[in-house]
Write a protein that binds this ligand. Structure first.
Ligand code: 2P0
Length: 327
């Protein structure tokens, strides 16, 4: 009757941007990620006969918009578990805690929906494989499908109508001891939800077709670089995927723009690090923060350079993290 799960966020090394099926939430392009141990969400789902609807508290507060998404995902879990519409314990009290700033492009929806799906399946008695949990979590947020797994993870592009699409682990966290230095530049929520940003990019950007054409190549090159543990190849392909994704969004009408001035200043710092001989490569998601990929031995130098950058308010260092833990 109660489920708890802990999941880590992940960062895309080859980016997902855009859908091939909005109803089933299938990505239009393949993506590859690394799960991050420093960005954790813990979620509890507890069924309660006194409730007439799900009660959702995220980071101590009630949020109607988030609650609707949580209920939509739990409805899928309840359907899988065979919970009937008149089950007296149909609804649940959901409490979720993000151990990092949520809704600002730090992938809280990835760890959040991964933890919710796993905790919900436990609470409703649905015995599901990690793959089945991943396919369910994908309905909440496609990047969440990747957060069920630890280490280096792939989510293929979806074929419209195929609701079984799940992520899969390519290599465990121990495969490669890289670091991701996260430079936070604001605590404000992001201006455009990634879902809306993707839709507008697909609808109006002249670069949408170019993005679709080049994405599979990025995913392929990223997988090869991970398999060979080639940090320079991984870093430069990750940057290419990042800038192509942001360029496609920026060309939407009106523009979908996530970077801010401070983001560009941090990117200059990353280039300066590289010129000075430190292997460091940057990526941004649907928000202004910069995440810098580097070798474990360079993480302190990179973190110090980020801390020193004007406009950076917090710096965290993450390692490849584990997949979901359920209790
Ligand atoms: C990613 N992002 O691959 C890409 C890169 C942002 C930029 O996945 O619509 O919250 O819920 O499936 O997964 C953020 O989008 O979007 C994201 P939905 P999601 O990590």
């Amino acid at each position: 009757m109660k489920g708890y799960a802990k999941a880590c966020a992940n960062i895309a090394l080859a980016k997902y941007w855009g859908k091939s099926d909005e109803v089933l939430n299938l990505p239009a392009v393949p993506s590859v990620s690394v799960t991050l141990d420093a960005l954790v969400t813990e979620t509890t789902v507890e069924r309660d006969a006194s409730l007439s609807g799900d009660e959702v508290v995220i980071d101590g507060a009630r949020d109607e918009k988030a609650a609707r998404k949580v209920t939509a995902l739990l409805d899928l879990v309840r359907a899988q578990a065979g919970v009937s519409l008149d089950d007296p314990r149909r609804f649940a009290r959901v409490s979720s805690e993000n151990h990092f700033p949520a809704a600002s492009g730090l992938a809280s929806s990835a760890s959040g929906f991964a933890a919710l799906t796993a905790a919900g399946a436990r609470a409703y008695g649905a015995e599901l494989s990690l793959e089945a949990l991943s396919a369910l979590a994908r309905r909440g947020s496609a990047s969440a499908a990747r957060s069920l797994f630890g280490g280096f993870v792939e989510l293929p592009a979806g074929v419209p109508g195929d609701g079984s699409l799940a992520a899969r682990m390519l290599h465990p966290p121990s495969w490669w001891d890289v670091r991701v230095v996260i430079a936070l530049v604001t605590k404000a929520p992001k201006a455009v939800a990634s879902r809306d940003g993707m839709r507008e990019t697909a609808r109006t950007s002249p670069y949408w077709s170019a993005w679709l054409a080049c994405s599979p190549g990025y995913a392929h090159a990223v997988k090869e670089a991970i398999a060979k543990r080639d940090l320079e190849a991984l870093g430069s392909t990750m940057e290419a995927s990042t800038f192509a994704m942001h360029a496609s969004a920026w060309a939407a009408v009106p523009a979908v723009r996530y970077v801010r001035g401070v983001t560009l200043d941090v990117l200059d710092r990353v280039e300066a690090l590289r010129r000075a001989g430190t292997g460091a490569w940057a990526t941004m998601d649907a928000g202004p923060h910069v995440k810098v990929l580097c070798a474990a031995g360079d993480a302190e130098r990179v973190a110090a350079a980020m801390r020193d950058a004007p406009g950076v308010i917090d710096v965290r260092v993450a390692s490849p993290g584990d997949g979901v833990v359920v209790a």
